[in-house]
Write a protein that binds this ligand. Structure first.
Ligand SMILES: O=P(O)(O)OC[C@H]1O[C@H](O[C@H]2O[C@H](CO)[C@@H](O)[C@H](O)[C@H]2O)[C@H](O)[C@@H](O)[C@@H]1O
Length: 277
């Protein structure tokens, strides 16, 4: 082998150096031993930096390896808890597939290689979807994301349209007072979804299944939609951490997704876990 090539660090080695934590804002000592933990992670704005559009997110070097190792060290009890669909989560982390609560609780998968648990959310009524989708025509820059069971109107590229979007959604809802839907405001996004499930209902259900059952969860999230999970962590003897701000009821917070990534990598440095497979 060419000597220069032989001495070139592998991507994972580079990743390990990049992930070496300079400062860890949340003390590692707050987290129980990984063999007792369930690691629950929001994606956008928590694990990954926010991007102008949903398709532009990317997984920084080293993160995939960190997540794979955490999955191993927790005996499979690591899950994404996201507003994104399972399909979308898989595209982002391909070729890795993780256990996940997707679509704000509309979908759930207990293991990375298992099928989604069926029957969580029915598809949204076609006529309702057509009316909501037409809101995207209000301004160039409004992006429509169709998750089947819900619809998201993104206005990060058209911030001036926020008020008009919410008003248009309100008018449609006023027309359909009995429709079992709710509006979920997120970061530069207005999502319309079936009422009756949330990230919290998804997490409660996930935690009833092995290998999550009986473990102490810790959840990291950044958005308003994560607050339902922050609120239920004490019920499971768990801990919540927010990103970008100190949210109500959290044990600590991180400044930015990069701090979360460093923290997760740091958890693997713990000697107590070094002997585990
Ligand atoms: O629960 P999460 O995993 O945080 O997902 C929340 C929403 O994330 C995506 O939208 C957000 O991230 C985009 C990429 O950074 C950004 O462009 C957008 O403004 C954000 O709202 C995703 O598209 C949504 O489906 C998720 O609900």
């Amino acid at each position: 082998m060419n000597q220069e090539l032989a001495e070139m660090p592998m991507e994972d080695d580079i990743a390990d150096r990049n992930e070496a934590p300079d400062s860890v804002p949340v003390p590692r000592s707050l987290i129980p031993h990984l063999s007792e933990c369930a690691v629950l992670l929001d994606i956008d704005g928590t694990l990954l930096d926010l991007m102008p559009t949903p398709r532009e997110v990317w997984v920084p070097p080293g993160l995939a390896k960190t997540l794979r190792r955490l999955l191993e060290r927790t005996g499979g009890a690591l899950a994404m808890v996201s507003g994104r669909s399972l399909n979308d989560i898989d595209l982002i982390f391909a070729p890795d597939q993780f256990p996940a609560v997707g679509g704000h609780g509309a979908e759930m998968r207990i293991r990375g290689d298992s099928e989604a648990v069926p029957g969580h959310a029915p598809p949204m009524d076609k006529e309702l979807k057509r009316r909501l989708a037409a809101i995207a025509k209000l301004s160039p820059g409004i992006l429509l994301e169709d998750k089947g069971y819900s619809l998201a109107l993104h206005y990060r590229l058209a911030p001036h349209a926020e008020k008009a979007i919410y008003e248009a959604v309100s008018l449609i809802r006023a027309d359909l007072p009995n429709a079992p839907i709710e509006v979920l405001p997120g970061k530069c996004v207005c999502e319309i979804k079936h009422a009756g499930f949330t990230k919290a209902t998804g997490v409660r259900e996930l935690m009833m299944h092995e290998p999550f059952k009986g473990r102490r969860p810790f959840f990291i999230g950044d958005d308003v939609t994560d607050e339902s999970v922050f609120a239920i962590m004490p019920d499971m003897d768990g801990l919540a951490f927010s990103v970008g701000r100190r949210a109500k009821g959290v044990a600590g917070h991180f400044d930015a997704p990069d701090d979360v990534r460093q923290f997760l990598a740091h958890l693997l440095d713990d000697e107590r876990d070094a002997t585990l497979p």
